[in-house]
Design a protein around this ligand. Structure first.
Ligand code: PEP
Ligand code: MN
Length: 263
């Protein structure tokens, strides 16, 4: 179902009115984690003014350490809904457990499956029961084949609205958080009709790597960008070091718009 061989045209996925795929650019911005109403509203308004067309924010966080901030949970989801009501931006947030499938189906415009759950096959199968499109992040050490098979699980279970997201893979290099695989863009577009977007924030782990990698991704034909933006990165409860301040995000999107004109 995910293969280009049986579906030559690019799939266009509708995320509550925002089209993803083909010539459309998904511009998803927001904090790593939802921290407060004021935080999310401030970031959402700024991101929208810069041209973002979706708002991200983690309410349930897959943290390496059990002692790190785990997210606000359902309260965080309600904060995202408030920001959506204020800005009109569809919301993107990560689902970690099928326990919350119904509430996500009701409230979340684009359900994110994180890198760590890319091969949680039981969870993937359950996504066939939701009407919402799915953002499937690439696993930390997943091959293209494995990643596309995970998309296949979701599609075979009854939900064909899948968007893929490359977020860097684990290599021998430790200076950067992960290594961004830009080759995934043309490879996935050759093998599959599904849209592929790039998350340069989790790939590099450093805010100053986001701009060059985001520009390279759009130049290489990516169908969108998911970027962490925080109004006060030094105080962020998660991933501050890779988050752009709103002004930097604004400057980046102006450059991205220029690049998008020529690709
Ligand atoms: C995220 O986008 O907040 C996230 C946790 O990403 P990943 O699953 O790619 O690590
Ligand atoms: Mn993050």
């Amino acid at each position: 179902l995910a293969s280009r061989a049986f579906h030559p045209d690019d799939s266009i996925i509708d995320v509550s009115g925002v089209k993803v795929g083909g010539d459309n650019l998904a511009l998803i911005a927001g904090p790593c984690s939802v921290e407060s109403v004021d935080q999310v509203l401030e970031i959402a308004k700024a991101a929208k003014a810069s041209g973002a067309n979706m708002l991200r924010g983690g309410a349930f966080k897959p943290r390496t350490s059990p002692y790190s901030f785990q997210g606000l949970g359902l309260e965080g989801l309600d904060i995202l809904c408030e920001a959506k009501a204020a800005t009109g931006l569809p919301i993107v947030t990560e689902l970690m457990s099928a326990e919350y499938l119904d509430v996500f189906n009701e409230k979340v415009d684009l359900i994110q499956i994180g890198a760590r759950n890319m091969q949680n096959f039981d969870l993937l199968k359950q996504l066939g029961q939701v009407d919402r499109p799915i953002l499937l992040k690439r696993g930390l050490n997943a091959t293209y084949e494995e990643w596309l098979m995970s998309a296949e699980y979701i599609m075979a279970s009854g939900n064909e609205n899948v968007i893929l997201c490359e977020r860097g893979v684990r290599t021998f290099e430790s200076y950067t958080r992960n290594t961004l695989d830009l080759q995934s863009i043309p490879v996935i577009q050759k093998l599959s009709h599904l849209p592929i977007i790039i998350d340069p924030s989790h790939a590099g782990g450093k805010w100053w790597l986001v701009e060059p990698m985001a520009k390279a991704a759009v130049a290489a034909g990516a169908n969108g960008l998911m970027i962490e933006v925080h109004n006060n990165p030094e105080m962020a409860l998660c991933d501050g070091s890779q988050s752009l301040k709103p002004a930097k995000y604004d400057a980046l999107l102006k450059q991205v718009a220029e690049i998008a004109k020529v690709v």
